[in-house]
Write a new protein. Structure first.
Length: 288
């Protein structure tokens, strides 16, 4: 049994690289998901994941499947959409969520069009759904670098970021760090989505951010515990998803996200604040 759990990673280097990539994403992207959820910006993460597509597609058009070109293009496109949606929300009557939705839909359509015109269906699937089993050393270095930058930046803006989640108005009134925390956090969202894009594609990169964060909310009551719980869930999902991909023969990216989905559904039902647990607790209280 033990051999079944570790032999794929011992025998095949591509499985080891995929596992390292998943672990790096779990350590970098998943904490970002916690703050997206606490700031009620979970759907913004999904929108931004689609917004990076035209930049990545343009990088592909210029240099093919070049990690550097697609990364730079994705970061530029993501930040452009984030800035434009904010500007439109401030100078018009349109709210930021509606503005962001409009820009991300335009970005998604433009990105799919670029890839479809310049490549073939295989290239389009690679961009949309990623290929975690095809990670090379350069891509791993990129993902690890993004994770390192995220860890350093989060340690610097952690306190104002937590305060902004609790009361953004109070933070703005007592400190000048509110814009730094807000825009610094948006940059972290974009670069982590770009890192996740290389492994899971633009359509599912946000999954490793939001699903473990949402599941952890049922088990933990403070931010520190939520961060730890979500990261552990993401690490476990990456490992189990890769094993499922190897033994069952299913695509690795969707397998990882579906494992996270199972963890989320299990948490809804059986966690400390889950539906079934609360009903059992209420029943015992009435019987007592």
């Amino acid at each position: 049994m033990f051999d079944l759990l570790i032999s794929p990673f011992i025998e095949f280097s591509f499985m080891r690289r995929a596992l390292v990539g998943c672990f790096a994403l779990a350590l970098g992207a998943t904490p970002i998901g916690i703050f997206l959820m606490l700031r009620r910006m979970s759907l913004m993460g999904d929108a931004m994941a689609h917004a990076i597509l035209p930049g990545a597609a343009f990088g592909y058009l210029v240099s093919g499947l070049s990690v550097g070109a697609m990364t730079v293009g994705g970061v530029v496109a993501g930040l452009t959409v984030a800035i434009l949606s904010g500007v439109v929300a401030r100078v018009t009557v349109l709210r930021e969520d509606a503005s962001l939705a409009a820009f991300y839909l335009i970005s998604l359509a433009l990105g799919v069009l670029i890839v479809s015109i310049s490549g073939n269906s295989i290239d389009l699937l690679h961009v949309l759904f990623g290929s975690v089993l095809a990670l090379d050393n350069i891509t791993l270095l990129l993902i690890a670098s993004i994770t390192t930058i995220t860890a350093i930046a989060m340690s610097l803006i952690y306190r104002p970021l937590v305060m902004e989640c609790v009361d953004a108005g109070y933070l703005r009134s007592v400190s000048g760090l509110s814009p730094v925390a807000h825009f610094g956090f948006l940059v972290l969202v974009v670069i982590n989505l770009v890192g996740g894009f290389h492994a899971l594609g633009t359509l599912m990169a946000v999954g490793i951010m939001i699903l473990p964060a949402a599941a952890a909310r049922f088990w933990a009551r403070n931010i520190g515990s939520m961060l730890l719980t979500a990261v552990v869930m993401a690490l476990l999902a990456g490992y189990v998803g890769l094993l499922l991909s190897y033994y069952v023969g299913v695509p690795s990216g969707p397998a990882i996200i579906l494992v996270l989905g199972f963890i989320y559904l299990f948490s809804i039902l059986f966690a400390r604040d889950g539906v079934i647990t609360q009903r059992l607790r209420a029943t015992r209280h009435l019987e007592a």
